[in-house]
Design a protein around this ligand. Structure first.
Ligand SMILES: [Fe+2]
Length: 148
């Protein structure tokens, strides 16, 4: 297992964390296939699935950002778009050139490095922001007993 979800990856939001865990499961499938020498058969399936899953997952994050007026929305959205462009380039090359070892390694490297950096840095920023907002909101709900 090359990438494992631990608490270090938590962004303090159950929905986002659970989707990140799913992403890691998919990425690891590719890794297992590579070790078994079966990546050539597995990679297109993994990349197609990831493309769909990432689109839905990024939408959830971006909706959260928009809903809570997160100041980093635009740059975060651009990072997601950059990743999806890379994914789509690799998928195109897979279709035209087939699953060459170089392409498989490139895909594996992109998935592991991008997600681990992105989650721990940029998704964490969003997570911190959302939990501060939640704390502030719950603080406002506290009613001070009238002792006068
Ligand atoms: Fe993100």
């Amino acid at each position: 297992m090359r990438i494992q979800w631990t608490i270090d990856f938590s962004v303090y939001d159950e929905e986002i964390d659970s989707q990140h865990r799913d992403l890691f499961i998919i990425i690891n499938k590719l890794d297992v296939a590579m070790r078994q020498g079966k990546a050539g058969q597995e990679i297109l399936r993994v990349m197609d699935f990831l493309d769909q899953y990432a689109a839905g997952h990024f939408r959830v994050e971006e909706q959260q950002m928009a809903e809570h007026a997160f100041p980093g929305l635009e740059s975060h959205r651009e990072r997601h778009a950059w990743f999806r462009r890379q994914l789509s380039e690799i998928r195109k090359k897979l279709q035209s050139d087939g699953p060459t070892p170089d392409l498989i390694i490139l895909a594996d490297h992109l998935l592991i490095t991008w997600f681990s950096n992105h989650i721990r840095t940029f998704d964490r920023m969003l997570g911190n922001f959302l939990s501060e907002r939640r704390q502030a909101a719950s603080g406002r709900e506290v009613t001070v007993p009238d002792i006068g």
